[in-house]
Design a protein around this ligand. Structure first.
Ligand code: SF4
Length: 459
């Protein structure tokens, strides 16, 4: 969600006439799009900002803007801590950034503008896409759930669904530009429709994406087990371009902890969903999110998480140490787990998950996977299979481009990826879109993206 917001921020700057600073030059504007889900994101922002103090001294015209969830949360406190910041904007007014920058320049003072809620889904905001062949498409923003560890509803507000005509219009426009893969995005995608009273709206959306010619891969994230309907599973199974992969956050393998987290489902409900998915789509993979060290988590609760992870054969797990977010109910709970216990459990979980992922990856050794190439360098390529495995392989640099499809015979497995040999490459519209973007970048000397920001910070 945050990555896609960055694309929208870049898009609104583009339309206001800003151009990305050519590689190797100093920018006049640096924008941070922040996250507040975990505590260390806060720390990182202030660390990065302190690097910019000498740059601002050398170039008083340099503007610094902070947006995103942390800005929404800290508001004016950011300026107090870092008075050289020019603009602070929130999650509900990304499109105002060019105007706020202008006002900061004219008035020669810092501008803080945070809106408490979103009136309409910001469909009209342009986006500068990071990838020419793979794109995020928002279906909703905000969340109506009240998970006790989560700060998102406080910062992103209640769920606002986007009109299906606008979603499909954006997908069609992207496909016309060369995009072959989309990921439908929302905090809780299968609650999509709650705003207009249609419980099957998300399943209908998947089926509608299936009818768009030239769209090869459809993914979505993240669904919530409570709102998962059988119709979504049927739509996944019956729509050939919907990929056989489900990322569905579990968070804990202990019913007691799920209740404390106010997750409103129990492990058995999760189990039944993935059993149905695996029955309807036999070659599907399941990935999840797990939190370790939630307040009150006992060794026995933690053991349940280990057992369930083993039983569910997750291809990959995004595991997190519980991070206390002031303002959430969990932050006030007694029995906060000491950091050393959380770290010890996290390490144990990590080892355990590695052996599970390795086992799941070994199941495809000897098989041929269809891989969308995402990156290539010096004859080495990587990309994701239809079921979301990360695949590394050698490829003839003249034969393939990012965005093309490689058919790869898997030769060995590791916990986080598989290795294989290229059988053949199918050049696709996605590869054509990459070639066009590359030519444009070579001509202008401009490359927009996170790596550019990194090089700025490294100087
Ligand atoms: S479903 Fe729960 S964890 Fe996810 S955004 Fe909503 S409140 Fe947060």
């Amino acid at each position: 969600m945050n990555s896609h917001d960055s694309e929208r921020i870049a898009g609104s700057l583009d339309s206001a006439g800003y151009i990305p600073a050519p590689t190797g030059t100093e920018p006049d504007l640096i924008v941070f799009n922040t996250c507040a889900v975990r505590e260390n994101a806060d720390n990182k922002l202030y660390g990065h900002l302190s690097f910019l103090v000498p740059k601002k001294r050398d170039n008083p015209d340099l503007q610094i803007a902070i947006g995103g969830c942390l800005a929404q949360k800290d508001q004016g406190a950011i300026i107090k801590r870092a008075p050289y910041v020019d603009v602070v904007f929130g999650t509900h007014n990304m499109g105002s950034l060019p105007y706020l920058l202008e006002r900061a320049r004219i008035e020669k003072s810092s501008q803080v503008e945070i809106k408490e809620s979103l009136e309409h889904f910001p469909s009209a905001l342009p986006a500068r896409r990071h990838s020419p062949f793979s794109a995020w498409v928002s279906v909703s923003v905000g969340c109506n759930n009240t998970c006790t560890f989560c700060i998102v509803p406080a910062l992103r507000g209640r769920e606002k669904d986007r009109n299906a005509t606008e979603i499909l219009g954006e997908v069609r426009a992207l496909v016309a530009e060369g995009v072959t893969e989309i990921t439908l995005l929302g905090q809780n995608v299968n609650a999509y429709g709650v705003d207009f009273g249609d419980r099957e709206a998300f399943a209908k959306l998947l089926r509608a994406c299936g009818e768009i010619e030239g769209l090869d891969r459809v993914r979505f994230m993240s669904p919530h087990p409570r709102d998962f309907t059988d119709e979504v599973i049927t739509a996944m199974a019956e729509t050939p371009n919907v990929m056989p992969h489900l990322h569905m956050p579990l968070q804990s393998g202990s019913d007691r902890i799920l209740q404390q987290m106010r997750r409103s489902y129990r492990v058995d409900r999760y189990r039944k969903i993935i059993e149905k998915v695996r029955k309807a789509i036999p070659d599907s993979s399941i990935t999840t999110d797990l939190i370790v060290g939630f307040p009150g988590e006992t060794e026995s609760d933690f053991q349940s998480t280990l057992d369930v992870a083993n039983e569910f054969n997750f291809l990959a797990v995004y595991s997190f140490k519980y991070s206390k977010r002031p303002g959430t109910p969990a932050a006030e709970m007694p029995d906060q787990i000491p950091e050393e216990v959380v770290s010890e459990r996290y390490d144990r979980l990590h080892q355990h998950l590695n052996s599970i992922s390795l086992r799941v990856n070994q199941q495809v050794v000897g098989k041929e996977l269809e891989v969308l190439i995402s990156d290539m360098e010096d004859g080495r390529a990587q990309g994701k299979s239809r079921d979301f495995r990360l695949v590394h392989f050698a490829v003839d640099q003249d034969q393939a481009r990012p965005g093309d499809i490689a058919h790869v015979k898997i030769t060995s497995a590791k916990p986080h990826f598989v290795l294989g040999e290229t059988e053949r490459v199918v050049r696709s519209r996605g590869g054509d879109a990459f070639s066009a973007r590359k030519a444009e970048a070579e001509k202008s000397g401009v490359f927009l993206g996170v790596p550019q920001l990194k090089s700025v910070l490294a100087k």
